[in-house]
Design a protein around this ligand. Sequence first.
Ligand code: ATP
Ligand code: MG
Length: 327
Amino acid sequence: MILTAIIAGGDGMAFTVDREYEYLAAMFGQELQDRGDTYEVFDVDDITLVQRGRTRLFHRGAELDPAGRVYVPSPISICPVRERKLANIYYVLLEQGLPLLNRSFAASPELEVNKTVMQALVADLDIPCVPTMDLAPHMSPEDVLAAAEALGFGLPMILKPNRLSNGIGILRCHDRPDFIEQVRLIQRLKADYLLQDYVSHIGDLRTFLSRDEIFGHRLRKPAGTEFRANLSFGAKWHEIELPAKVEEWSLRIAARCHADYIVIDWLMTDTGFVFNEMCSTIGTFIGVPADMKTRLANTILNIGRRKLTGSLTPRSGDREQDRQPSP
Ligand SMILES: Nc1ncnc2c1ncn2[C@@H]1O[C@H](COP(=O)(O)OP(=O)(O)OP(=O)(O)O)[C@@H](O)[C@H]1O
Ligand SMILES: [Mg+2]
């Protein structure tokens, strides 16, 4: 089996080919080697789609032989052109029925990269989410505030980039003038932002799952007066017992997304947990508790192998492609 990642990444961000290589190595290197398997990472810009009779993938002029390959989606990018190209490649892989981990995230990258879309799915499962609203680019900041208040949002509020930011650009607005000034700036920059209630929280709880099993969980608590529980802002890992409810919710989200593996983040408040975001990118799994890593890696690789041989037992509602052997 060749675990294959084609990545869009983008300039100036963490998800480069080298980084993805490191992630795959850290997560699966040993386990793949133990089985005599391997991994490869390609930059989306080096892949060409060629259609003469049938569609084939080329890497720098040489055909990418699909034999033995299981593809690992990595939809995250800050570059829309590369992101669209990668989506086209996933489309071809899906159409050809090639083995692909986390098919649903490849088929609908927005499920992973767009916070409003993922929240819509989770809220639909009657699981509490951080109240969220798209920031309309054409409304005056005063009208945005009025609309938000009419919908039940109240200050303090959070303004946050819709897609990955590692905590950067997340703004907490305490009062009206602050809110209006920040919204005006965001609109001038034409940045893709959303608005949320400020949810006072003790920490950010991350659950690590495969198809139907929770492999671990970690709580990140923000440092000092910082409200963001990102490690890059000094947050530290803490131990807590996983609440049964969060376990049940996490499994339900994974099933609803047809996920093979997934990481889900919950804000821990005084009164319970609320869904914040989810991510299927392998890099996020590097934080899985060490004692669980090998078991998780082997579980994901087994899913890949079973997709390759067409022997995966589908869950109810799983996509048709997961039931079929690859051609
Ligand atoms: N609505 C909110 N209310 C209060 N705090 C929030 C809110 N949204 C985010 N935060 C804080 O900011 C942190 C980062 O936000 P979030 O995880 O949504 O964005 P991110 O940039 O995608 O981070 P990551 O790199 O973890 O994916 C969260 O861990 C949380 O501590
Ligand atoms: Mg986060």
